[in-house]
Design a protein around this ligand. Structure first.
Ligand SMILES: Nc1ncnc2c1ncn2[C@@H]1O[C@H](COP(=O)(O)OP(=O)(O)OP(=O)(O)O)[C@@H](O)[C@H]1O
Ligand SMILES: [Mg+2]
Length: 242
């Protein structure tokens, strides 16, 4: 893939409050196209809320999310999904009472013929090595396998942008290695844009080209890993608090 400095998605002055809590308080950033970025910050700093606003899961109080020249903020989730932005959830949302294969086909807004959807599901199960578990119920999978399944399902629409909310949490080393390999494959071979919210600093520092740091609902720093590791505001946000 050629090197570009293109922007995949622009977040502009996004705001969301819950009662008195300003979860996202005027957050702006530009996600580089075709790269793996990280979104980090202490617990409760507004990362998941930001993802929810970017994907229409929550309605923003104000602000914009610009994708392909269009403000997509507050569109319904399925519309944003159909435009090519897909995600996984911090707490996985697979169906425990459906099989792996059924879970893959459960993407409700998929607008392709069933034969195509099935072929895509087969391909993606193979991709994340879940084919041998295709008939297993979601609820019987290990936690890590459930995360892989959700990841694979998020790819069913062949999205341009993939947002991953804590993909590494609770996943064993072997599955994590496999997940990271897949993420790199998508970026390098298919030119996908990927954003990872993650507390595992090894994942963030070793796999993301650019990192955005949030604290109290705003971006406090952005840059490559080397810079972020030595940024005083970031160190203060993580360690400077009583
Ligand atoms: N639905 C909600 N109702 C009320 N408050 C909420 C809701 N969702 C999030 N919050 C609050 O908004 C703030 C930001 O939460 P958010 O989940 O976005 O943080 P986060 O950065 O993802 O944290 P973590 O790393 O723990 O997942 C927190 O104070 C949280 O308690
Ligand atoms: Mg979160």
């Amino acid at each position: 893939m050629p090197e570009t400095d293109e922007i995949a998605l622009t977040v502009k002055n996004l705001k969301k409050h819950f009662g008195g809590i300003k979860a996202v308080d005027g957050c702006s950033f530009e996600i580089p196209k075709g790269k793996i970025s990280g979104l980090i910050g202490p617990n409760g700093s507004g990362k998941t809320t930001t993802f929810n606003l970017m994907t229409g899961v929550l309605e923003a109080d104000s602000g914009e999310v610009i994708y392909n020249g269009e403000n997509i903020v507050n569109l319904r989730p399925y519309r944003i999904f159909n435009k090519g932005i897909s995600r996984t959830f911090q707490i996985t949302r697979i169906y425990r009472e459906m099989t792996v294969f059924e879970n893959m086909l459960s993407v409700s807004s998929l607008r392709v013929p069933e034969r195509e959807a099935r072929a895509m599901a087969e391909h993606l199960m193979e991709f994340v090595t879940l084919t041998n578990l295709r008939g297993e119920y979601g609820g019987n999978l290990s936690y890590g396998q459930q995360k892989l399944l959700e990841f694979a399902r998020a790819l069913m629409t062949d999205p341009d942008i993939i947002l991953l909310d804590e993909p590494a949490a609770g996943v064993n080393r072997t599955l994590l290695r496999s997940l990271l390999d897949h993420i790199h494959y998508l970026q390098e071979e298919e030119g996908k844009t990927i954003v990872i919210v993650e507390h595992d600093m090894n994942v963030i520092m070793n796999h993301c080209e650019k990192i955005f740091v949030m604290d109290y609902g705003v971006k406090i720093a952005e840059g490559p890993p080397e810079e972020i590791q030595n940024d005083e505001n970031v160190i203060e946000a993580y360690f400077g608090r009583k």
